[in-house]
Every structure is written in structure tokens, then in C-alpha cells.
Ligand binder design. Sequence first.
Ligand SMILES: O=C(O)CCC(=O)C(=O)O
Ligand SMILES: [Fe+2]
Length: 270
Amino acid sequence: MAVNQEFDFEKDGFIVLRGVFSEQVLAPMRVLLADLIAYADHNYDDPFDRYYLRHRADQGVLYDLYQRHPEFTEMAKNPLILDALEVVLGRDILLYENSLVYKPKGKKNGVPFHQDFISRSDEPLKFIAWMAIDRVTKTGGALKVIPGSHRNGFLPWFRVKGETHHDRVDASGLDLSKVHHVELEPGDVLIFNQLVVHGSDEAHTESMRLVYRVSYQSFDEIFVPRGAPIVVRGGGADSLSRRFNKPFVPQRKSLLRRALNRLGRSLASV
Ligand SMILES: O=C(O)CCC(=O)C(=O)O
Ligand SMILES: [Fe+2]
């Protein structure tokens, strides 16, 4: 299936893929997520809290869903998303971090301008896929991005103690007239370079703006913040040899020997 692509990684720092997920995938997802949010709201026991980050229902984030619930693995490995990522990350792709981000009602839920993972700026570049499970509107918590802001690299930033989204960029030098709210239909996917300056306005709509976000990086440095690294594309022997700069000789001889052995056995049995 071909999808419509809008915007440009190089010029804008992000793209939008329209219609990646169908209602067939999204409808059961909404039911599952409503339950997971209700469970997290009650602060019930979490059997994974030794391994993964605790959910933060107060902040509208449920962490590490790929590892906890099988329904998310299919979304994170969607071939249309990975095809788009291959253009910027190459053919070996690692899942770095994943979470549900939503707008809990009645809570302070605006997100100030920032660049993702800015406190780990020495790590390989990451791209974030933002998968809309609900409709995402300008007044309902759309991501507001500054197109082209990735081209300035990491900006000066500061931390606000006691605030939920504490890492912020100094937005004083930014042209805020360029701000674009990325509106999405359910099933659309926004993919952005972590360097794109972005945030979102406070929202208290009926839908809570359910978005599954997955961060990806290349295979160059295998480090993930929690749990174990997850390869979602590539990672074959040829990729390993390229990564470690070691020549790789496929074991053709043994393949031939195995084939001859098999032939010998079948000849012996006639
Ligand atoms: O939840 C939001 O509105 C903002 C989320 C965000 O900054 C992100 O997903 O990188
Ligand atoms: Fe962000």
C-alpha cells in the first residue's frame, strides 16, 4: 500500500504519512488503551516496575508498551514507518524508547518547546514516530513544530525544577511565526528528527489525544535507556560485520557440504 507523504526530512525535519493504520487496528487499540489508562490511574500493581519505567498517568505517559503488551509491537514495526526511517537511518534500525503520550483531563498538560533527549546529545541521532490513535487537532493537543529548526542542532537549554516537562530550549531566538500545528487523522503518522523544536498546548478534549510514540536510531551505538536493545529492522551478519568493520565471509563452503551430505543421504536411501 502506498501512503501519502507530506513535508520533507531535510527541509522541514519531519514528515507526515497519511493513513498508515486502519480502523481495524485502531479500534481495539482504543479499548486496550482506555483500560490501561484506567488501570494506571488507580496506581495498581505493576509487575514490570523492576524492569521498566513506572507509568505516569498524572503526566499522561505510559512507558515501554512495546515490551509490556504485544499489540504495540506490530505498530512499532510497521513496514511503512520503517521504510520511511530507512531513508534517514539506514537499513539497520533500533527501537530506543516507546510510550503512549496523551492529554489527561483536568491536569496541567501543555508541553513547552523542547528538543527530545537533549540531555543525551552525544548519542546517535534519533527520529520519533508519532502514531495517531485518535484524531489530533490544533485545539486538541497537536504537536506544534518549528519547521527547519533541526538545522541549528541542539539549542541552549535549561531545566525547570518541579515541572513535569523540565527540559526546555531557550526559544528567544526562534521565529515563532513559523510554528505549525501538525493535525492528524486517526492512523496518520508524524515522524520527526529529535532536533526539531516542538511542544504542545494544553488540551482538555473528550478524546484525550491518544498517540503512540516510538523513538528509533541507527545500529551504530547499541544503547537503550531501559530494558534490552530491540532491533526492529536489519541486524544480519553482514550488518554486524559492517558495524565492526570486520570482513564477513559467508559460509558458502559449509552450505555446499551440507547440501552434498543431504544428497548423499537421499541417494543412499534409494
Ligand atoms: O504529549 C505531548 O503533547 C508532547 C509530546 C512530546 O513532546 C513528544 O512526544 O516528543
Ligand atoms: Fe518531545
